[in-house]
Ligand binder design. Structure first.
Ligand SMILES: [Zn+2]
Length: 279
């Protein structure tokens, strides 16, 4: 587990399971001859990924930014996605029962699966913040999104939701902003820490390799919208010198966004202040 110390908050970057997804789908229109130089696929063309939620310690309590992949998946699912389960609270300073608020970028299984046990039980005591659009689409998925919203882990959330629309301050100095692009209701989470900004970008930039503008996933339901929102957000991230946390790098990642003279964006790694138990 990695620790980042802000002025007002402490951010714990957790490990909530490893998995792998089809490399072609992860890189959209980018040809394999290019992306395989960045990240090597396995013999089934899958690239190694993971889920890294953030636990944010504030003066009012702990806020969990996503829960990750979680555990209790069946053998067929584990085989398709090469799942290795991890308990995100293994090294954490608190247990699940002490989390005061959970904020999800969206409800795909690799971001929200951990919220509910395999028996359909919600594992926390607090509310879960999602956008109205995301809840509608998770509850009534269509043919292209159904596999991402296993209903056994969606329906139990119903009585624990805090639904928001657009831009909202959901906790002191913690904001959500609907981006769309990946899903209609996808949102990012912005933490304002005095003069600094921390951002959990979710699937706007799924891994450190996805920073260039056209590196938009085939999994995105609205790829053109994703390109437009990236153009808007990237300017803000650079202006604010934001520390950006990506959700899906196999090894946990945080970095600053930079742009070169040809307009190519890149993430430059920021080292954590502390590493606990070597991961
Ligand atoms: Zn994702």
């Amino acid at each position: 587990m990695r620790v980042f110390k802000g002025k007002k908050v402490i951010i714990y970057q957790l490990n909530s399971g490893r998995f792998a997804l089809d490399g072609g789908a992860m890189f959209g229109i980018v040809p394999k001859v290019l992306w395989e130089k960045l990240i090597k696929p396995d013999e089934r063309n899958r690239i190694p990924m993971a889920t890294h939620p953030l636990l944010v310690k504030t003066h009012k309590g702990y806020v969990l930014i996503e829960s990750g992949l979680g555990s209790g998946w069946d053998d067929k699912f584990k085989d398709i996605y090469d799942v290795v389960e991890e308990d995100p609270f293994k090294d954490a300073p608190i247990g699940r029962e002490e989390v005061s608020l959970i904020i999800q970028t969206h409800l795909h299984f690799d971001h929200a699966g951990e919220l509910v046990s395999k028996d359909g039980e919600y594992k926390y005591r607090c509310q879960v913040v999602v956008q109205h659009f995301e809840w509608m689409d998770a509850l009534y998925p269509h043919e292209r999104s159904r596999a991402s919203y296993p209903q056994g882990r969606i329906k139990p959330l119903e009585s624990h939701l805090m639904l928001v629309s657009g831009y909202s301050e959901v906790w002191e100095d913690i904001f959500v902003l609907r981006t769309g692009g990946h899903t209609r209701g996808h949102q990012i989470i912005i933490i304002k820490d005095d003069d600094r900004m921390f951002v959990f970008v979710g699937d706007v930039i799924p891994t450190k390799h996805h920073a260039p503008l056209p590196y938009v996933m085939g999994y995105d339901l609205y790829p053109e919208e994703m390109l437009m929102i990236r153009k808007n957000l990237y300017g803000l991230f650079i202006k604010e010198n934001a520390v950006i946390f990506t959700p899906h790098d196999r090894e946990p990642f945080a970095g600053y966004l930079t742009v070169d003279e040809r307009g190519k964006y890149r993430l430059v790694e920021v080292e954590p202040d502390e590493v606990i138990n070597g991961s």
